[in-house]
Write a protein that binds this ligand. Sequence first.
Ligand SMILES: Nc1ncnc2c1ncn2[C@@H]1O[C@H](COP(=O)(O)OP(=O)(O)OP(=O)(O)O)[C@@H](O)[C@H]1O
Ligand SMILES: [Mg+2]
Length: 464
Amino acid sequence: MTTHPTLLLIDDEAVTRSEMTSALASNYEILEASGRANALSQIRLVMPPLVLLNLDPSSNVEGTAEGLIILRETVQLNPMTKVIVMVGSNDRTKAAAAMEGGAYDILEKPVQLDVLKVVLQRAMYLFNLERESRAVREEVSGTEFQGLVGTSKPMQEVFGMIRRVGPADVPILITGESGTGKELVARAIHRLSGRKDAPFVAINCGAIPETLLESELFGYEKGAFTGAVQQRKGRIESAQGGTLFLDEIGDIPLSLQVKLLRFLQEHEVHRLGGRHKISVDVRVLAATNIDLQEAINSGRFREDLFYRLCVVGIPVPSLKTRGSDITLLAKQFFAKFAEAHKKPLKGFTSQGIEAILAHNWPGNVRELENRVKRAVVMAEGKYITPANLELKDLSSGHSDVTTLRGARDLREKELVRIILDKVDGNVSKAAIELGISRPTLYQLLSRYRLRPSKFDAEHGERRV
Ligand SMILES: Nc1ncnc2c1ncn2[C@@H]1O[C@H](COP(=O)(O)OP(=O)(O)OP(=O)(O)O)[C@@H](O)[C@H]1O
Ligand SMILES: [Mg+2]
């Protein structure tokens, strides 16, 4: 079923309204209004993309002024709404007033139907275009995508892939070091898929003893083994219609890999001790933090299973390659935990930020989250220090950081770093973003011993 765009028709004459309605009803969802109050309340309620407004009403002389108020308020309520105004023939004053009021187009009466149809079509096309570009802008300007915080280039690439593969009903293998957010990526894919209203079932294949994993995945019938006192569905079956997330897939024993492969090929499961096959429709997402290629080479992982699972691969970058995301995440976690623990904390000391930027983050986002959480609990002052984070205080021994000047330098250095990261080390762009001249930026770079080439995404070096 296709839905037609909504068009609000504002005209004081019932006859004209019904004529217009019957002429346009096959392509538009028509709403009608005869006066200002009714028109504006419908606009507030429905926010129609299109409004057709008669500025040349027959019934009263105040009609035109009323019409102009409707026009202005409509544009104010929703600047994307396209208002097409009808004026009397050769009525330049009203046409000019309508233009000034923000009308999308002006048509002289009597309006020719075929012209009106073209104008409406064009207006709708523009409306859709603007709406799409606004949606993209809003997404890009935010710091979060489906619960994943990040504005860095490597994470934007991950978000782009999630957007593309989410709706495609194919198996995906998510790889990355421990704590990089693989499960969040899997959940984001599920939410963007056609299966979003069906279950998302996660199972950590590494955390379940080998002997139990099979019955967890496939389920069992009553009496299948000692202790199977009643029938139980497996996780695969519980995900019926939805998404099954196989975490730590690299830890699955070879014997189970065969069974999993069979399930992926046939879309059927066999409960332990069961006689019938049960057909299951699920999308499988898998994640691993080990190198599966190496596991294949050493015979620990089946190559055929790998190709079944990895129709598309999404590598999630380690935290240390995400530039300014590190402090962005730290600040988000800080805000979350300070609020949850009701601590009147104000933020991080400059040394705290410096220590965060210098740390290597082997445990990635999970480590950052845990350190900030612990720090919020432990902090006694107003600001989080490197000691609270259990990180090395790089400034210890440098008494100047306790001075205003020292603190300002640290902030300045962090800002320059963040901007360089954003513009991939392009000095001219960075200078513009920072609002300073190129020579001044070069002075800062040499003072803080920063090398722009380090921020070039192509080099893939550590960026902090
Ligand atoms: N980009 C992000 N924005 C906000 N929180 C994040 C982000 N990435 C990870 N996290 C948080 O970090 C923690 C670890 O994430 P997750 O469990 O998804 O990682 P993982 O890659 O599956 O780790 P593991 O390999 O250890 O299972 C979670 O609490 C998650 O909410
Ligand atoms: Mg995980």
